[in-house]
Design a protein around this ligand. Structure first.
Ligand SMILES: Nc1ncnc2c1ncn2[C@@H]1O[C@H](COP(=O)(O)OP(=O)(O)OP(=O)(O)O)[C@@H](O)[C@H]1O
Length: 235
């Protein structure tokens, strides 16, 4: 994305953001409340329009209609976009059909088994706990296998085995050349795994570095930010 801005009323949620993503990267997107993380993910998912600037993915401009590019992009958020009055299995079937993927019943069963939901196959999604819904959303994206997966604050709903399972999935997506951009406040957890850390503050990228060991300059930048009390975009 090149010099992308998003303005809500008088508020610049993002201001002239430049971000280039490379195949195989796992990017941690960090920053205080209101920094613009979800806005950035939504723009990359074509769920919102930029006010200014251009977004290109996989060599093509991102458009907001029925673009083939959208079939390459996944968005995993705690709301999970599931249908409560369909069963777990029906949700998977319906969702995967939207992406025109050929997935067999065995593959669906395997995905549910992998996320620990095999026994819930015939249950209505309305009966699932928050963590189970998150696990089902992970199963969806396992089956679709998007080239770019945008993940918004996934860790809160998951127990430790769920976190480990999600991390394994994200690792395998990146190992296959996929790209993960994950926004979270769980800094230690994501720094353990990501290949690059980006900090947003008040709509601007203020830090963007590949993996470091240890993450000294990251912590310096992040601690300085957190000690400031301003939040949100700029006016
Ligand atoms: N639909 C909207 N209408 C008006 N303002 C919005 C809208 N969505 C986001 N904003 C504003 O844009 C700014 C960035 O919000 P965003 O949700 O992207 O932040 P975030 O970094 O994801 O925050 P958090 O860590 O709290 O989830 C905030 O000031 C927020 O109030």
């Amino acid at each position: 994305m090149d010099r992308v801005s998003k303005v809500y009323g008088l508020l610049w949620a993002l201001r002239e953001v430049r971000l280039e993503l490379a195949a195989g990267e796992w990017v941690a997107l960090l920053g205080p409340n209101g920094a613009g993380k979800t806005t950035l993910l939504r723009l990359l998912a074509a769920l919102a329009y930029p006010t200014a600037g251009a977004i290109e993915l996989f060599g093509r401009p991102l458009s907001y209609g029925n673009s083939p590019l959208r079939g390459m992009i996944g968005f995993l958020a705690s709301g999970a976009h599931l249908y409560d009055n369909l069963t777990v299995n029906e949700n998977l079937r319906f969702f995967v059909s939207l992406y025109r993927k050929d997935v067999t019943a065995e593959e669906r069963a395997e995905a549910l088994n992998e996320v620990g939901l095999y026994e819930k196959t015939g249950e209505y999604v309305s009966t699932l706990s928050l963590g189970m819904r998150c696990r089902l959303a992970i199963a969806k994206w396992r089956l679709v296998n998007p080239r770019l997966l945008l993940v918004d604050e996934p860790y809160g709903a998951l127990d430790p085995s769920g976190v480990e399972m999600l991390n394994r999935f994200l690792d395998s997506l990146c190992a296959g050349g996929g790209i993960v951009v994950l926004a979270t406040h769980d800094v230690p957890r994501v720094l353990e795994r990501c290949s690059r850390a980006v900090i947003l503050n008040r709509g601007r990228i203020v830090f963007d570095e590949p993996r470091q060991d240890p993450w000294d300059s990251f912590h310096t930048a992040f601690d300085t930010l957190l000690s400031s009390r301003d939040m949100g975009g700029t006016r």
